[in-house]
Write a protein that binds this ligand. Sequence first.
Ligand SMILES: [Fe+2]
Length: 342
Amino acid sequence: MPSQQSSFSGRRTASIDHVFIAAIDVASVGPSAKPHPCTHAYSSPERFTPRRRTVLPASSTRWLPLTRTPAAAGAASASAMTNGRSLNLGWRAVIDLHSHVLPGVDDGVRTMRESLELLRAAHDDGTSRLAATPHVREDYPTTAREMELRHAELCGAAREAAIPVEVLPGGELDLGYAAELDDDELRRFGLGGNPALLLLEFPYLGWPLQLPDFVFDLQLRGFRVVLAHPERNVDVQHEPERLRPLVDSGVVVQLTAASLDGRLGGGPRRAARQLLDARLAHLVASDAHAPDVRSAGLSEAAAAVGGRALARWLTDDVPAALLDGRELPERPEPPRRRLLRR
Ligand SMILES: [Fe+2]
């Protein structure tokens, strides 16, 4: 199968304004006076102004538009119903390191009301920590300053609404765009607040030729790379082993929950399972964009993994280690029977 090659070219960004980060302001919530877990708060008198959204031509191949298809809506409804029944996975400390929960920043959640709705759904599904990872790319040129301001607002709103989910900062960085950011800006986009951890968006089409060199360069500069949802790339679907050298070099591979449980179709589902079987995947995240577009929560995907220990490793043990900057814990062996097929 011929491989469609793609390349990324960087762009220069304007200098980054200074943002001051105040000490953590953990307010008490409700009569229990229990501190809200949202521990990353910034103090700034400024208000964030949502920018007009960029509309790309339908022929664009840089990204796939997230449309609310009837099938997606149906899948979301099914997910919510399942969530309501509780899958009883045996632990309630899921960490979701990829979501578009910041309102009005990218193609994710549009309003603060939707953000809180998504957080509530995530909490109901067992998520305790959720990283807000807005797109950082040409069509959504989110700056670290914008992310921090919007993140602080969401933390405050979650605290007021008494939703016990710790919202963490972050960003989903386009390869070419990230190549033009300086180390300080990159650190501010550190995944989950770990300044040495970067979430890079794997392209949906074509194999990014410059990726190995760029990853190596980032590693030399002290960053650890998490690749977001490569199973949705057609080239990876045809040849998952192409990721092996990157994984061997220390790259962490994140699967999208909706790929694993089949909501994104057969190609992503098969590739996700192949990557899991080949030990080329390390964590699962929702990549939630809205309450009804790749809904929050990981329980369905965790159940689809087919092994409780492995599911926990993917949704809790590994993300916790990444946030702490620790080595990844040893992966548990999957059950003898092959991963559950749907
Ligand atoms: Fe994403």
